[in-house]
Design a protein around this ligand. Structure first.
Ligand code: BV8
Ligand code: ZN
Length: 252
């Protein structure tokens, strides 16, 4: 069964004119970055907290120091992580597609780890739309100004140089709206594609999880790559496996 699905998906990728790829934490798993749920490693300092609580505006407002330190811990444990074959295969595919002029490959990622960008997917050319932001950047909660200083090892919440406000990580928290422009680009990519690949995401977080339905509603073929298939009924082809291994099988 598996090989037949892989052959079919390989064919679809070759024929597709416009491809929309949505990635989640699973594509960074083989780089050693724990997925959102594993982030609480069960024994560490943070295991008693719920990530949805910490990764939320309310959580920050209630205890800015605790949320800031959780991000500092995540940045510390992830600063040496490198792109894995999944990130690299996608970036190379995008380059080849662009060079051939025959195919558009838009990558929408829920990940904030910056590994797609490190692998060569270029945010400037809208090749990667990081709809949940970027954990390596910070800005002021009050005035929005970017905080460009290096915050390595800073345990207190930094103060904004312009307005004295609180500096926060430039990620989208639960309960916060996504960046308008980025979300528009993501919706357009899902609406216009003829092939939608959902890779390494549990499809539980909205509005990102709705992109697959949007693609399906306008007739795109839906492919999922995940060792634990989600039960979404709109999926046409399910490849059960790790992104780093399966992607190199279907993208020639
Ligand atoms: C919004 C950045 C509205 C932060 C993230 C009730 C109350 C409150 C809110 C809601 C609610 N119900 C719905 C909502 C909306 C909420 C939501 O969807 N909640 C969920 C939990 C139900 N969404 C929001 O709040 C969004 N904003 O709706 O705003 C609004 C509108 C206008 C004005 C004001 C407000 C914002 C959502 C963004 C949250 N930020 N990240 C940070 O990182 O610190 S989400 C974060 O979690 C990730 O970015 C990611 O999106 C998500 C985790 O999901 P996945 O990436 O799928 O990862 P997960 O661990 O779940 O799964 C990993 C998968 O990989 C698994 O399936 C596994 O099998 C697979 N895998 C493992 N290994 C591999 C693999 N796959 C391939 N290869 C492998 N090797
Ligand atoms: Zn400010």
């Amino acid at each position: 069964m598996e090989q037949a699905v892989i052959d079919k998906v390989k064919e679809l990728i070759k024929q597709a004119k416009r491809v929309c790829i949505l990635t989640g934490a699973g594509v960074s798993a083989e780089s050693g970055i724990s997925t959102f749920r594993e982030a609480q490693d069960g024994k560490g300092l943070w295991s008693q907290y719920d990530p949805k609580q910490l990764a939320s505006l309310d959580g920050f407002l209630q205890d800015p120091e605790k949320v800031w330190q959780w991000y500092q811990w995540r940045r510390e444990v992830n600063q040496d992580k490198k792109p894995n074959p999944a990130h690299i295969t996608i970036a190379q595919w995008q380059k080849q597609a662009k060079a051939s002029g025959k195919q558009e490959v838009t990558l929408v990622t829920q990940n904030v780890d910056g590994l797609h960008q490190q692998a060569g997917s270029d945010p400037e050319k809208y090749e990667v739309v990081d709809i949940h932001g970027n954990i390596w950047q910070n800005h002021c909660l009050q005035c929005g100004e970017k905080h460009l200083e290096d915050v390595t090892g800073v345990q207190q919440v930094p103060e904004c140089k312009s307005c004295g406000g609180q500096v926060r990580p430039s990620v989208v928290w639960f309960g916060e709206a996504l960046d308008e422009k980025k979300w528009q680009a993501a919706e357009t990519a899902a609406f216009c594609c003829d092939l939608f690949l959902s890779i390494g995401t549990s499809s539980q977080v909205y509005p990102a999880a709705g992109l697959m339905m949007l693609a399906k509603s306008q007739g795109a073929k839906i492919v999922e790559i995940n060792p634990e298939p989600t039960q979404s009924s709109v999926i046409d082809y399910q490849i059960k496996g790790k992104a780093g291994i399966m992607l190199s099988k279907v993208v020639s």
